[in-house]
Design a protein. Sequence first.
Length: 186
Amino acid sequence: MEQKIKKYLSDLEKEKGIEILLACETGSRAWGFPSPDSDFDVRVIYKHHKNWYLGLTEEKDTIEYFFENNEIDISGWDLRKSLRLLAKSNAPLLERIQSPIIYKVDNEFLAGINAVAQKTYSRIATIHHYLSMAKKLYSEIENSEEYKLKKLFYALRASVACLWILEKEEIPPIEFAKMVTDWIWP
């Protein structure tokens, strides 16, 4: 599947006239607990040619494509949008830039954006994200007669991320096992 994903990414660059700076996996695969029905959640940060940024009106700054009967979900944000989100400590972006599964990367960009993330990190913004997610998921579990085990792991992961933020005062890792291991056995 990795080769198919890389081919779709290459085609996307040509079709849209963009350069992909980071293409990585997010969701359950990146978190470390995919299930047999997990799709591939490929997330992209890309840039346009400089003239795109010099226009008087802002163009669409997101992309979203589905391939292989929706088994591959590729979506992404333009560099400018990504940097604006980074300034707000957007948790999905913070996860994206530390994904262990990378399909394409500009290493200089990744090092730079991770350095900026450390400087702009807001505990309040990220804990709000994970706390809202945990509450929503636990409520869904509590109010349903049946739920997938995967949903319970999502809720646990969000809860542990909250504890990580409160106790360690730093960006929680994307990988659930690392988060639990480093939190319980530092």
